[in-house]
Write a protein of this length. Structure first.
Length: 275
């Protein structure tokens, strides 16, 4: 299979894709999430992997718009524990390090550790994995990178310290995307959808009440703006259920009180955390 991923070899997207699909596939690297969606839509890839939210940074709002506009189907989900590692070329000592390369977000998430080494010059890059690749390929003996364990393995670097992120409980949720086929797996127990409501008092409460009445667990509610309708919003919902009939009944009831409902996918929720 061909799996479209944002980023580069050794990225966190790569780690979760290998865990979800296995290593024996053709991973296609994309510059951005829109390219991931485009490749799946045009059948240039069988699946796509797209981060949707982080336990610290919150929802990745632009990716909800990609879901809405691409009309792809959510085939599944995966959770990855983000563990940032400091890595160097083999044999490089910590006292030899003068520069540290990584993505801005990774540098920010490791600020407590980095403040213990004020002599290091911090250099932002486009991707954590690309930082590790650069240190390895350019043989930078005075530099380190902050990236994943997968990146260290791929680019021949030694991990000097694991888990240097300030907040250890740092998780990212990823959605697995495929072309729309309306197939619902028999063990499905989660659904992702969006709806639009009229701009009037109590409209949102009426929709949420329909879910509660059908024993639906609302695990995610995210609003995001409608570009052509200022101050009007779409609402993304992730709902969990024990019985598929509860889901079907809830959708029927939601459609009666919402202006528009679109289901991205019905799938088996992710069990456990990768990493």
């Amino acid at each position: 299979m061909k799996i479209a991923l944002q980023g580069f070899e050794g990225s966190y997207h790569h780690s979760v894709a290998m865990e979800y699909f296995g290593r024996e596939h053709d991973f296609v690297w994309c510059l951005n999430f829109r390219e991931v969606a485009r490749m799946v839509e045009k059948a240039e890839a069988d699946y796509g992997v797209m981060a949707i939210e982080n336990s610290i940074a919150g929802s990745i709002i632009p990716n909800y718009s990609i879901l809405q506009n691409s009309r792809l189907q959510v085939a599944g989900e995966a959770y990855l524990k983000i563990t940032h590692c400091l890595m160097t070329l083999p044999g490089v000592r910590m006292e030899d390090v003068e520069e540290v390369y990584s993505h801005q977000m990774a540098l920010n998430q490791c600020v407590d550790f980095l403040e213990e080494h004020p002599q290091w010059r911090l250099i932002e890059s486009s991707d954590t994995a690309r930082s590790a690749q650069m240190v390895g390929e350019k043989r930078l003996a005075n530099a380190a990178a902050i990236a994943s364990e997968t990146a260290a393995e791929l680019f021949g670097l030694e991990i000097r310290q694991r888990g240097i992120n300030s907040i250890r409980n740092n998780y990212t949720r990823f959605m697995i995307l495929k072309r729309h086929d309306l197939i619902i797996p028999p063990d499905a127990n989660k659904a992702s959808l969006y709806f639009k409501i009229s701009h009037e008092r109590g409209a949102l409460v009426r929709v949420l009440t329909q879910m509660a009445d059908e024993s639906i667990n609302l695990s995610k509610l995210q609003s995001y703006p409608i570009p052509n309708e200022p101050w009007h919003y779409l609402f993304h919902v992730d709902m969990e259920f024990d019985d598929l009939t509860d889901y079907v009944s809830a959708i029927d009831r939601i459609q009666q009180v919402a202006d528009g409902v679109y289901v991205y996918g019905v799938y088996k929720r992710g069990n456990g955390v990768v990493g």
